[in-house]
Design a protein around this ligand. Structure first.
Ligand code: GCU
Length: 424
């Protein structure tokens, strides 16, 4: 017992260090002086003064830069071949609710990609507004529900979840229920749809699997320098879920909030920027390449993310490793692409790796575009205190604790959706 307590104590001591790799800046006074690109100035120098110029000139210009230089272009004409409800039931862990499992299938030239989506809806007559978000370890990890199908896609090993040999098993059922406040979501009249992100593109530096090969020209084996990396592939998958919602009368496709945590928060932001059918976009602890400003170089940097996760962004993004000032865009402009739709950014106090202040400032510097539409963004350059959410068209909170998704986060996401969907 004593040994256990000592190791638990040592573990607690090293935990913050482990969450924040060494050799990176966590000191606000060492943030370099930087100048952000103005989201409302055209590259030729002309100021954007009207919604029309934003929508016809600056928005497309900004979107193109993110496509070509950051995430890589998503093929416009690649769609699922079919959607099939493979299972339905009311035997869920929550009263007054039901479950649907949908198989989204892409078939092309003898290849197949199967993406499984798990949906919970409140009982009764819809159509229901809904949160859509990817999960990290399979649909069966978000719930104890024994009916949920286990994905057969490749997964990173995680022995603490019983995941060895890169395969999901029964052992990991329910291991991530803590991250999904499904009862709360349903009780408030929303549905939840979730997909294992590895069904769309396994998270490894390998371009022969997942959806990428479906876009290759003859003889091509990897995306070209401006073509889609993994984050773009995951964003593509979220849009395909949206295609399904448009066909399902139980779901209000005009009220879908796309949410993601961490790398999947980067994907949610990019999906929401790219596909304007998402009515609300929520980024949780998305950090570098998500809501955080790259030029601050606080916590994770462009160089580190390109080195550790070479498959996430397009190859052109490598040119900005240790060279952030030459980026033609910064992440505030990604958030601005969501305008005028409500966007919510959530940070965690101990998640310095994701740069909470940089995430806040991403929202703050996106706000002039919201103001162009007469919407209120983040009005102060100073962050609000812990647990003091701001619910404007650009919303934000920072909560106590570490890199994670908690019930506190979900309660704010629901409040934000209530406010902007229903004026509650
Ligand atoms: C790593 C990575 C982050 C990412 C995170 C996650 O920490 O450096 O950029 O957000 O993984 O997805 O959990």
């Amino acid at each position: 017992m004593r040994n256990f307590l000592i190791s638990a104590f040592v573990f607690m001591l090293i935990l913050p260090v482990w969450a924040q790799p060494e050799g990176f800046n966590y000191d606000e006074s060492k943030v370099p002086v930087y100048k952000l690109p103005d989201p409302l100035t055209l590259r030729g120098g002309k100021k954007v003064k009207t919604v029309k110029t934003w929508e016809q000139k600056k928005r497309p210009e900004t979107l193109r830069l993110f496509e070509e230089q950051v995430y890589g272009k998503i093929p416009a004409d690649l769609k699922m071949t079919s959607f099939r409800v493979i299972e339905e039931g009311t035997d869920t862990p929550w009263p007054d609710s039901r479950r649907k499992q949908v198989e989204m299938l892409l078939e092309k030239d003898g290849q197949e990609l199967r993406v499984g989506m798990l949906i919970y809806l409140p009982e009764g007559k819809g159509p229901f507004p809904l949160f859509l978000g990817y999960n990290f370890y399979g649909n069966h990890t978000v719930t104890e529900d024994v009916q949920v199908v286990i994905s057969e896609s490749w997964v990173a090993n995680n022995p603490s979840f019983g995941i060895v040999h890169n395969q999901l098993t029964e052992q990991s059922r329910g291991v991530r229920t803590n991250r999904w406040s499904i009862g709360e979501i349903l009780k408030n009249g929303y549905g939840l749809a979730t997909i294992y992100y590895g069904d769309v593109d396994p998270d490894r530096n390998e371009f022969s699997d997942g959806v990428h090969p479906f876009s290759y020209r003859n003889g091509q084996t990897a995306p070209a320098p401006g073509e889609w990396g993994a984050i773009s592939a995951w964003a593509w998958g979220l849009s395909r879920a949206m295609d399904y919602f448009e066909t399902d009368p139980d779901i209000d496709a005009a009220k879908v909030a796309v949410m993601g945590h961490s790398r999947l928060g980067k994907a949610a932001l990019w999906a929401g920027a790219h596909d304007q059918r998402f009515a609300i976009v929520i980024s949780n602890n998305s950090g570098c390449g998500g809501a955080a400003l790259s030029r601050r170089k606080f916590g994770e940097t462009v160089k580190r993310i390109n080195t550790n996760f070479p498959h996430w962004f397009c190859d052109n993004f490598n040119a900005y490793s240790d060279n952030e000032n030459s980026l033609p865009v910064d992440q505030h402009q990604l958030i601005a692409l969501v305008a005028p739709r409500p966007v919510y950014i959530a940070s965690a106090e101990e998640d310095l790796w994701a740069d909470p202040k940089g995430e806040y400032l991403g929202g703050f510097y996106a706000s002039p575009v919201y103001e162009l539409y007469g919407r209120k963004g983040l009005t102060s350059p100073d962050m609000p205190g812990i647990h003091q959410p701001v619910m404007n068209h650009v919303g934000y909170h920072i909560r106590a604790g570490k890199h994670d998704v908690t019930e506190y986060d979900w309660i704010q996401f629901i409040r934000f959706a209530d406010k902007h969907f229903f004026n509650k």
